[in-house]
Write a protein of this length. Structure first.
Length: 105
């Protein structure tokens, strides 16, 4: 008899035009505020607004914060390393998109 394993994934679709406060972003990605502040300082996240009380994060920021958290926790990468890793992942994605557009990928 063949056994089948089923995995359920729970998530929420976040529109790009959604604006999250610092607290909402922390809650949505289950990150500590100090981590998010460090990621902003390193350029991983770019909130709109002048101060943490006025910051607003986009849906893309939520995706980046979740990825930053995974890199930080799973691979024990510090904030500057997270910034570098995300920059490199962005560049890889851009190069892949360029290859697809040129018909080579």
């Amino acid at each position: 008899m063949i056994q089948t394993s089923i995995t359920f994934i729970q998530g929420a679709v976040v529109e790009e035009d959604v604006q999250l406060t610092l607290l909402e972003l922390c809650q949505a990605c289950r990150a500590e505020e100090e981590n998010v502040l460090a990621w902003v300082f390193e350029g991983v996240l770019e909130p709109a607004g002048e101060s943490p009380e006025n910051w607003r994060f986009s849906g893309e920021s939520l995706r980046r914060a979740q990825l930053a958290l995974r890199l930080s926790r799973d691979l024990e990468i510090n904030p500057p390393g997270v910034a570098l890793a995300l920059d490199l992942l962005d560049e890889i994605a851009a190069l892949r998109a360029r290859l697809r557009r040129s018909g080579m990928g």
